[in-house]
Design a protein around this ligand. Sequence first.
Ligand SMILES: [Zn+2]
Length: 341
Amino acid sequence: MAPTAVYYHPRFLEHDTGHHPESPDRLVACRRALLAGDLELEWIEPDPAPLADIERVHAPAYVREVRDMAADGGGHLDWDTAVSPASFEAATLAAGAGVLAVDRAVADAGAAFLLVRPPGHHALRDRGMGFCLFNNIAVAAAHALAVGGVQRVLIVDWDVHHGNGTQDAFYDDDRVLFVSMHQHGHYPGTGDAAEVGSGRGAGYTVNVPLPAGAGDAAAEAVFDALVEPLARAYRPQLVLVSAGFDSRRGDPLGGLAFSGPVYAWMASRLCSLARESAAGGPVCFLEGGYETALLADSVVSTVDGLQHEVPRPEAGMERAVEAAVTTTVRALSPYWDGALT
Ligand SMILES: [Zn+2]
């Protein structure tokens, strides 16, 4: 078994958000837990992404706004999204980690985990929000499409919040199949099952808003009914994950109830699916997760699932979860010619 690549840079700790749940302590705890385990890891320090890579997804004027705000001593992009003097460099390094990881995943098909901050999946083309400056996973996917010889990317987002920025970046594009499971009605308010993509991208955005309290059975049902059949029909060449762990039971900002082992199981399922279609990855991008001990445990679980096949956690299905998944299957089945039943 080849070691799992973990992308990390000490400058990520210098993105200073003040007294805030998205703090440097999150990465410190994850790094310590990964180093303490018996996982085989290859630690890689990324370079900053070239601005041209970031500007495939973000407006140049917005990129300049973040750079200038950092250079002028910092500020806020919205009420909860801070920019400090080191934030621009940290954000370009986080985006650079995705670009490098995708290049390597496409070349050697290996799995990777990006221990990065600031997170990315809420960042829109011309606006940061929800603790996110640049959309790391969207920048990486756009890079793979532009120069990696890739035409089909699967992105799975298991953060408790809807990955609105990623959805927006590829809403009318059939080269990215985006599947997000998230808590219904939670920040940022988007991600209804009826949002399925538009134009050429119709059928390539998949949203499963889950009822509060949904646990492992929900994650398993989303994989059984959507992720696995869609991946087999789509045959992605690259698999990316917005790995947010605020969907874990006990997270202070979330109301879902996933367990540590279910992240390992999802990661190991995505490894199998990537192998089936000879795809690179999975490349997992850290998004949310705000209780540091639970976060660190979830990250170790995920990396474990990238390295070993792990059993499916036993979980009892609830009616409300079943109904949510069925609603999404019904919304998507017209686009997938019998692949969804
Ligand atoms: Zn989140």
